[in-house]
Unconditional design. Structure first.
Length: 235
């Protein structure tokens, strides 16, 4: 696959950022893997849609820096981790997404993630629905409070999907979300399965169309299955 590295000094972050771009054209995808700055892991995962990438059907962006591993590093202070997340979200929404839109001839943008990356993708789409047209998440954790040691910060509530989504009443956001293509994928043996089902239930209550797909015991809970899940839902 053709891969290029883009690096620049980010005005919003005040430091250098690094993005890997796979392909030359097509429908753009912003993809978050379970870990950041693991170029080899990103490339291995994206081999699942190698045909689309090599034939100009999809253009995939992966974020290498800033490092989103820190958001999930339990050795760090919860408040610091939340601040790190908010900085990353601001960079993605205010700087990276406009850059992707400028570089792509296709104005349809997919945001996707697996594992921890699924949380990033889903939370950003829920908070900024006009920035994304489709959200595809795989085996994600959507209740982050246990991972944040039960943090009671107000800003944390507004970044925990299973807490703020049930209380969302703003018609602007609800109507925008109802126009998005939302797909939640999980596995019957995934530890986070209940969170996928819970999130789906809240979408039902809010009358937000979406797809919940749970893969069964006939498929192993491993990378090869995640790659098949992803490829099945990428045009």
């Amino acid at each position: 696959m053709q891969v290029k590295t883009q690096e620049w000094n980010s005005p919003s972050l005040g430091k250098k950022v690094k993005v890997q771009v796979y392909g030359t054209g097509g429908t753009p995808i912003l993809f978050f893997n379970t870990q950041c700055d693991k170029t080899g892991e990103d490339e291995e995962f994206l081999h699942s849609i190698e045909f689309q990438i090599e034939n100009g059907l999809n253009l995939v962006y992966t974020l290498q820096k800033p490092d989103y591993k820190s958001v999930f590093d339990k050795s760090l202070d919860s408040k610091k981790r939340l601040i790190n997340y908010l900085h990353i979200e601001s960079f993605v929404v205010d700087e990276l997404v406009p850059k992707i839109q400028k570089e792509s001839s296709n104005d349809f943008l997919i945001i996707s993630g697996v594992g921890n990356g699924a949380y990033l993708a889903m939370n950003m789409m829920l908070k900024h629905p006009r920035k994304f047209n489709k959200c595809l998440t795989l085996c994600g954790n959507y209740d982050m409070r246990p991972d944040f040691d039960g943090a009671q910060l107000e800003d944390f509530y507004y970044n925990n999907p299973v807490e703020y989504l049930p209380n969302l009443t703003d018609d602007y956001y609800l109507n925008e979300l109802r126009q998005r293509d939302i797909r939640i994928l999980s596995h019957s043996n995934a530890e986070s399965l209940d969170q996928s089902e819970l999130l789906s239930g809240y979408f039902d209550i809010k009358d937000i169309a979406h797809q919940l797909e749970i893969w069964g015991d006939d498929t192993p809970l491993e990378l090869s299955t995640f790659k098949r899940m992803f490829a099945n839902h990428i045009p």
